[in-house]
Every structure is written in structure tokens, then in C-alpha cells.
Design a binder for this molecule. Structure first.
Ligand code: HEC
Ligand code: HEC
Length: 357
């Protein structure tokens, strides 16, 4: 049985004609029972090899699904070389990961997160067996129209849950902008040229660009981070991966020089919850990010032409920060976003674990 879920009302028609910043991001239709299953999985540490990490460990709903660290945590004994990105509106992306290396389907990202040694380090065949031993999962798979727990079904469920994570209620959407934010919007769309890359209701063109963000030296100073980076660079077929001391961004998939150090434009929704910023978390505050753009971005021979010194006054810079803050909405109270049938025998994962331990 396929049940579909339309969150917060009907899809808006003809959105392109309305000013970009007043349009709510339309909901994505998903199978509600599958999304509910994916939600339970998202919080379940048994998805990682040693049952120490859940998706939510690095994608915390209270931080718009980030972890508050410059560089992400990782599997026991490992450390990551990238900042954990927000999952707000992630179902709309055309490509995923900071370098855009996964571009087909959101459930491929779920597989990478689960199986990658420095992420959750889980063999999906074992994951499937673990789920089969849990009567709640068995029941939830049935409710979602699947005969028994399976890898493919599990990944699709995680995908459907992630598609329900849609930003709501930001001042840019409700039109409730302070005067400072309104002045900041003029800078954002005018002098700052921000809107040429940060476009649409999610404020991203879903393309990669070189903005000259400085490297994060900790990746090479910390042996665990360096080792995860080497594993990644080797797997992606980059020559000289042992001596590499920079994150090459999208070059890793194109192997073309002009994409060196290019990264996907991130969404700007929910920035108040997602510090630190950039693929490697080098900026702690929005003020620092704006100062970076004001000086014309970083120092890189391949930097995008649009990044030039902006000569913004202190007032203009703080107005711009106010506008960036106005892109954040209600914090993510997940239950509010996922439909649940009244008579569905849903057991919160922690309750169930407590009862069985
Ligand atoms: C140990 C920390 C960690 C865990 C656990 C984790 N993630 Fe991630 N996630 C990351 C990091 C770091 C990235 C960025 C990786 C990169 O750019 O190479 C990421 C990227 C993603 C992305 C791509 C977002 C985008 O906009 O490109 C999605 C989707 C995602 N994770 C979902 C999940 C799901 C679902 C799970 C659980 C199955 C999960 N993650 C578990 C750290 C984690
Ligand atoms: C040439 C395209 C381009 C322009 C112009 C541009 N950005 Fe960006 N922006 C990016 C890319 C690409 C990133 C990610 C870089 C990275 O991860 O290293 C980014 C990252 C950011 C971030 C960090 C978001 C996060 O979650 O980490 C903020 C905030 C931001 N930009 C604001 C602005 C503002 C304000 C302006 C105008 C002054 C602007 N951008 C102009 C492409 C652009």
C-alpha cells in the first residue's frame, strides 16, 4: 500500500513568478510509513558497526541536522575531514557531499554514510539482520509495504525521512523582515552579488565554485583526520594522495584542473543553527563569513571572478548578517514534520532499547 504525504498544504503552482524569498519551499511527496521507518532508523545507533553512532549523532535536529563541530566526528578510532552539512531541504539537491560526488539518488548517500569505514562502518548485510531481530522494525517494514527488513528498503526509508526535512517559517518566507534585514537584502542581491550563486528559495544554484576558502590545517595535523582523508582521496583515484595537503573539492570526481578546490554552494537556510561554516568549518560566525566576502573571498588563482573586494561599510556588513539570519526558521521539531497514523504501534527507539536491555 502506498500512502503519500503532503506536508503543510498543497504544492504551490507557478512559484517561479513570485519573488524568490517569499516562496515557501514546497513539500516533497513521500511514502509516510516509509518516512516514519526512516526516522526511527535515523536515531538508531545499531546502524553503525559498533552501535556507537546514529545518523543523528552528526546530524542533530536541534542544530538543523549538523553537529556544531568545525570538522565532523567519525567512527570509533577515526575523525572526519569535512564539516557535517545541514540536511535542511536536502531532498532538493541535485548532488550531495561538499564536492558533489554523489549525484544520482539520495539513497546512495545513505549507503555511503552507513558503509564508509570512517563514518558508520557497517556491513549492510549485518544491518539487515539486526533489523530482522527487532520486532518493531519487522512491523514497521510491513506497514511500509515491504515483506521484511532489507537493505534497499532501509535506504529508501532513510531517503523518504530526509525528504521530509523542509525549512519552515523563516522571516524571508513570512515576509517579516526587520529593517536591518531588508537593507541587508539589498546588499545581498546588489553590491554583494551573493544572489548570483545563492539563488532560489534554498539560496543555492547547486553548482560548485571556488571561493578561496582557506584550508583547515587540522586535517593534516591530526593523524586520524589525515588517515580518513587519504582513504577518501585514494578511493577517488587521486594521484599522489599520500602527499596531498589540500582538499581538492570537485576535482576528485572530474579530474579537471579548473575544478580544483571548488565546492557545492550550500543552502543558506537555517544558518543560525549550523555554525561553523564552509566545507571545513573554518569560519565560526556569520560575521567572519561576511568579512571574508567583503575582502573578495580567499586567495586562490582559480577563484571565481565574481568574488572581488566589496568595500562594504560596517553598517552594510551587519545588515547583511541580519539578512542571513532571517533565512532561518523554526527549529526542527521532527514530529511536526512526519505524519503518523493514530493507531500505529510506534515505539520510540530509546524506550524499546531500554525495555530490551
Ligand atoms: C560520523 C558523522 C556522520 C554520521 C554518523 C552520518 N553523517 Fe551524514 N555526513 C557527514 C559528513 C561529514 C558529511 C559530508 C561528507 C563529505 O562532504 O564528504 C555528510 C553528508 C551527508 C549528506 C549529504 C548532504 C549534502 O547536502 O550534501 C546526507 C544526505 C547525509 N550525510 C545523511 C546521513 C544519514 C542518513 C546518516 C545515517 C545513515 C548519516 N548521514 C550519518 C557526517 C555524518
Ligand atoms: C561564486 C559563487 C558565490 C558567491 C558570489 C557567493 N557565494 Fe557564498 N558560498 C559559495 C560556495 C561555493 C560556498 C561553499 C564554500 C565552501 O564550502 O568552501 C559558499 C558558502 C557560503 C556560506 C557558508 C554556508 C555554510 O553553511 O557553510 C555563507 C554564509 C555564504 N556563502 C554567504 C554568502 C554571501 C553573504 C555572499 C555575498 C557577499 C556570497 N555567499 C557570495 C558560493 C558563492
Amino acid at each position: 500500500m502506498i500512502r503519500t504525504l503532503t506536508l503543510m498544504g498543497a504544492l504551490l503552482a507557478g512559484t517561479a513568478a513570485i519573488a524568490q524569498d517569499t516562496v515557501p519551499i514546497p513539500p516533497i511527496d513521500v511514502d509516510a510509513a516509509r518516512a516514519e521507518l526512516g526516522k526511527r532508523m535515523f536515531y538508531d545507533t545499531r546502524l553503525s558497526g559498533d552501535a556507537s553512532l546514529a545518523c543523528a549523532s552528526c546530524h542533530d535536529p536541534a542544530r538543523a541536522f549538523t553537529d556544531g563541530e568545525a570538522l565532523s566526528a567519525a567512527y570509533t578510532g577515526a575523525a572526519h575531514f569535512r564539516n557535517a552539512p545541514t540536511l535542511a531541504n536536502v531532498g532538493y539537491r541535485g548532488a550531495w557531499m561538499h564536492d558533489g560526488r554523489l549525484g544520482t539518488n539520495l539513497n546512495d548517500v545513505a549507503r555511503e554514510m552507513i558503509t564508509e569505514t570512517y563514518l558508520m562502518n557497517m556491513d549492510m548485510r549485518i544491518m539487515q539482520e539486526r533489523m530482522k531481530q527487532d520486532p518493531v522494525y519487522v512491523e514497521m517494514f510491513k506497514a511500509a509495504g515491504m515483506s521484511e527488513p532489507s537493505n534497499g528498503g532501509a535506504r529508501n526509508a532513510l531517503m523518504d525521512f530526509m525528504k521530509t526535512i523542509v525549512s519552515r517559517g523563516a522571516p524571508v518566507e513570512t515576509g517579516d523582515l526587520s529593517e536591518a534585514a531588508q537593507r541587508g537584502q539589498v546588499v545581498f542581491e546588489g553590491k554583494g552579488q551573493c544572489a548570483s550563486c545563492h539563488t532560489g528559495a534554498r539560496y543555492t544554484d547547486d553548482q560548485v565554485h571556488n571561493t578561496g576558502v582557506p584550508g583547515n590545517a587540522e586535517i593534516w595535523a591530526d593523524p586520524e583526520r589525515h588517515s580518513a582523508f587519504v582513504t577518501y582521496a585514494k578511493f577517488m583515484g587521486v594521484e599522489n594522495y599520500m602527499n596531498l595537503r589540500e582538499d581538492l573539492g570537485a576535482f576528485i570526481r572530474t579530474h579537471e584542473d579548473d575544478s580544483k578546490r571548488t565546492f557545492l554552494t550550500p543552502t543558506l537556510r537555517e544558518l543560525t543553527y549550523t555554525a561553523p561554516y564552509m566545507h571545513n568549518g573554518v569560519f565560526e560566525t556569520l560575521e567572519e563569513v561576511v568579512a571574508f566576502y567583503n575582502q573578495g573571498g580567499g586567495d586562490d588563482p582559480l577563484k571565481d571572478d565574481r568574488l572581488k573586494p566589496l568595500n562594504l561599510s560596517d553598517q552594510e556588513q551587519s545588515d547583511l548578517v541580519e539578512y542571513l539570519k532571517a533565512m532561518s526558521g523554526e527549529s526542527f521539531d521532527i514530529d511536526a514534520y512526519v505524519w503518523r497514523e493514530d493507531d500505529f504501534d510506534y515505539v520510540l527507539i530509546n524506550d524499546w532499547l531500554n525495555a530490551t536491555n
